[in-house]
Write a protein that binds this ligand. Structure first.
Ligand SMILES: Nc1ncnc2c1ncn2[C@@H]1O[C@H](COP(=O)(O)OP(=O)(O)OP(=O)(O)O)[C@@H](O)[C@H]1O
Ligand SMILES: [Mg+2]
Length: 494
């Protein structure tokens, strides 16, 4: 048998790997994962969009690497994904540093310091393309070569002084952020992309940025300004439901559901903040954390539908890295799918909490019709159909009908039917679902209340019991203060 060594062509392979689906934010997150695993306490993302040759650097004060470790780290597939990792390791494939970087830039330089020894290595796709051979040639830079690279030198002098261990990952020849043929300038697209990165990192690493007592804190700086944790559960104002733990393949999975505050219970600014870019309907679901790092979020894994009634429900799920192979974690750490046994457990838990999430809305819905003894509208549920009707037994309507002629009576009833049947269902549903905070209840004017009250009491004197009853009838129930003033104007004491 003749054996043939078929090593892949480095340029073709790297060029193809560039398109495995990283976005700028998932790529930077993958580099930050490495810094966190290297026990960094401070991570800085620096970038320059103004220069004709823009660059991005991710710098950490972690444990750094020796030369051997750096050379090993720069190899594609430096570790076998099946190998067991330490509990706090956010890595899995031995690929992230290279694949995330190549997805955004053509030149990756890593400078690292440990025990006062600096090592620097570089992968350059264009250098590989210009070689005559098919070799995977990585360059190790000496001191002079580092000094010749202005950005690298500046970053090193800023961050790795005084024997400080740490690592700088520098991306140059960034060719992916700037979309071609766009009206935007280079700087605009660059800054727009980085603004997205900021929001993404504040969410994905929020449990490191703002840890629980006893957990380690990590600060991330974005061109010197510190990132602020974005807690998608708004834990301070949400209702925390009972947490659950279950064991799967000897690993413990923790589930903590939250019901976010209803828009009536929060300010407009806060409501908008926690709606996120895509709104509450989209934001509901499981938020899966692997070692406190958010991997996938706002999904029910097809166990239930994303419904209006469950839109305030968000469930924090903590999984350990021991289950990576079963969750099908992808290289970008932005996707995962629970194994069958876990899905079953999650389904059982949703079964319990779904009801609590819906209650927030159902109770509010019922209030429309139950709080007042004589509502103006009736919610009728019949034969699996729900419709809203004007309450024809409403005392004011009854009184009014008594007063008018048979002919007018018929006209009036037809007018009521017209209002009922032309209720703008679709736009009402869409507005209350997408911008509930902007939906305001109509109030009546004093003159209108006065006229309604006259119809209701007619020429009768109002007894004490009748007075109390009035405030439970619409529209008086929803306009209590004006109604009380009118009653007083009529000469009654309340
Ligand atoms: N900032 C850093 N500080 C110290 N060591 C690092 C740093 N970045 C990478 N390394 C080392 O380089 C190795 C390779 O990193 P890489 O991101 O390619 O793979 P990984 O983190 O092991 O797995 P994954 O592909 O899942 O990210 C890491 O395992 C780690 O040992
Ligand atoms: Mg990694």
């Amino acid at each position: 048998m003749k054996k043939v060594n078929l090593s892949p062509n480095p340029v073709s392979l790297i060029e193809s790997m560039r398109d495995i689906g990283y976005s700028l934010e998932t790529a930077i997150s993958d580099i930050i994962d490495n810094s966190i695993t290297a026990r960094a306490k401070n991570i800085s993302i620096r970038f320059d969009s103004n220069a004709s040759d823009s660059w991005i650097a991710i710098v950490d004060d972690g444990i750094g690497m020796t030369e051997d470790e750096l050379v090993f780290a720069m190899r594609l597939g430096s570790q076998n994904p099946l190998k067991e990792r330490s509990e706090n390791d956010l890595g899995r494939f031995g690929l992230g540093l290279k694949t995330a970087s190549f997805s955004q830039c053509r030149r990756l330089t890593v400078l690292t310091q440990i025990n006062n020894v600096v090592t620097c290595a570089k992968w350059d796709i264009d250098f590989l393309a210009n070689q005559t051979s098919n070799e995977w040639t990585m360059c190790l830079l000496d001191e002079q070569e580092v000094e010749n690279c202005g950005i690298l030198l500046k970053l090193r002098n800023t961050y790795l002084q005084n024997n400080q261990s740490g690592t700088i990952v520098l991306w140059e020849n960034i060719d992916r952020i700037i979309e071609k043929n766009r009206a935007h300038t280079r700087e605009q697209s660059f800054n727009e992309a980085l603004a997205n990165v900021k929001n993404h990192l504040e969410l994905v690493f929020h449990r490191y940025l703002s840890p629980q007592p006893g957990e380690s804190k990590i600060s991330i700086y974005f061109n010197k300004s510190p990132l602020e944790a974005f807690d998608p559960f708004n834990t301070k104002s949400s209702t925390e439901l009972r947490s659950e733990k279950f064991t799967y393949e000897q690993s413990v999975i923790k589930v903590q559901p939250y019901i976010l505050p209803h828009h009536n219970k929060t300010t407009k600014t806060e409501w908008k903040k926690y709606a996120g870019n895509q709104g509450y309907l989209h934001g509901q679901g499981f938020y899966i954390y692997r070692n406190r790092r958010l991997i996938i979020y706002a999904t029910w894994f097809r166990l239930i539908k994303k419904e209006e009634l469950t839109k305030l429900l968000r469930v924090m799920v903590d999984i350990p890295n021991t289950l990576d192979h079963l969750w099908k974690i992808d290289v970008k750490k932005s996707n995962a799918f629970p194994p069958y046994g876990v899905r079953k457990e999650l389904q059982r838990i949703i079964g319990k909490i779904e009801f609590s999430g819906k209650k927030v809305y159902k109770q509010r819905g019922q209030r429309v019709t139950e709080k007042t003894i004589h509502p103006a509208w009736k919610r009728v549920a019949k034969n699996n159909q729900i419709f809203y009707q004007i309450n024809k037994e409403h005392p004011i309507i009854v009184k009014y009908l008594e007063k008018i002629s048979e002919n007018d009576k018929e006209n009036f009833e037809n007018i009521l039917s017209m209002i009922e049947t032309t209720f703008p269902r679709e736009s009402f549903y869409s507005d209350s679902a997408s911008i509930p905070e902007e939906m305001i209840g109509n109030t009546m004017e004093k003159k209108q209340i006065e006229s309604m009250l006259r119809i209701f009491i007619g020429d009768d004197k109002i007894s004490k019991t009748k007075l109390n009853e009035i405030l439970q009838i619409e529209p008086f129930a929803s306009n209590q203060e004006i109604t009380k003033t009118v009653i007083r104007d009529f000469g009654y004491e309340l």
